[in-house]
Design a protein around this ligand. Sequence first.
Ligand code: KG4
Ligand code: ZN
Length: 346
Amino acid sequence: MICLGIESTCDETSIAVITDRFEILSNVIYSQADLHSRFGGVFPELAAREHLEKITPCYLEALQKANVRPEEIDLIAVAYGPGLIGSIQIGLTFAKTLALSLNIPFVAVNHIHAHLVAPFLENKGAMDLFGAIGIVISGGHTQINWMETPLDVETIGSTIDDAMGECFDKCAKICDLPYPGGPHVEKLASKGDLSKVFLKSCRVKEAPLSFSFSGLKTQVLYAKKNPLYQIEDICASFQHVVFKDLYQKALLAVEKFQAKAVFFGGGVASSRSLRAYFKDFPCPVFFPSKELALDNGAMIATLGLLQYKKLGPSPLDIEPKTRIPFPHLTEKRDSLELKQVTTTAV
Ligand code: KG4
Ligand code: ZN
């Protein structure tokens, strides 16, 4: 079976062709990062217009690189949210039109969920390691999930304010670094001394697997105003605090759920420095390569195939959504429910 995956939820137009053995035949990504960098964040109307301009060339290039003709495609998968409605609409309408014209099934998937299955494309054995903990750390989302199976997913922790990537972007902005800030912060952090600037992570009271980053952002703002501090040292301390916090929460989740593995997805998961933190983690940890960690069509096609085989096609009148529940929900685990939203510095 050949599946075409379409991604347009934020600032990447991406189309991939994969087989049902999860082999990537092509994964074309048109990034809009340069277009938005002068605004310090994604400009929604510009993003939608750019998707409209790039989606057809992206499709043609994906077919050409995969050496596949339109008639050979068996399934169209597309992300229908969460994300920017105007941007999602471009990919979703393109996907529906293709499915109708080729007379093939169409499946609409959750973009965040797709980040969690991206590691399967590079590690086929990873699929045998369930139940697992799936962690999405991107510009828009920060979530810890219990994955009973690849499709049976339940969120057990998330951010109560900024997403982790957003926090990297805001830290970068305060330090006068370009957007998207994560890679710039990582580069400067590698030259800095984390012991020179003291920053603290925040804990969410009675929700040990949840995150809060707004307090850290304020600490960075004050550190930047201190003439004694170097930008490199601020970045090193900031990155350390965020990744140490993530490590501790991942460990807690693995212990509570007796997980067999941890799967990472989302832009922040492309950080080389993050991998170093998890070097001696007590269970296998899977990080996708940069191309599969950032928004891409291959992860959409992967989830599309899994979802289609288990739950069938999606209705053609499906609309873009900003919140999408995971397809299968296991029973709630009361002890881990997010009950409080008070934060305390630790
Ligand atoms: O998954 P993604 O491409 O888009 C969303 O769905 O949000 O993630 C983009 C985010 C940006 O916030 C960017 O700053 C962050 O991922 N990022 C990083 C690194 N590379 C990208 N954050 C920290 N370190 C990095 N090396
Ligand atoms: Zn994403």
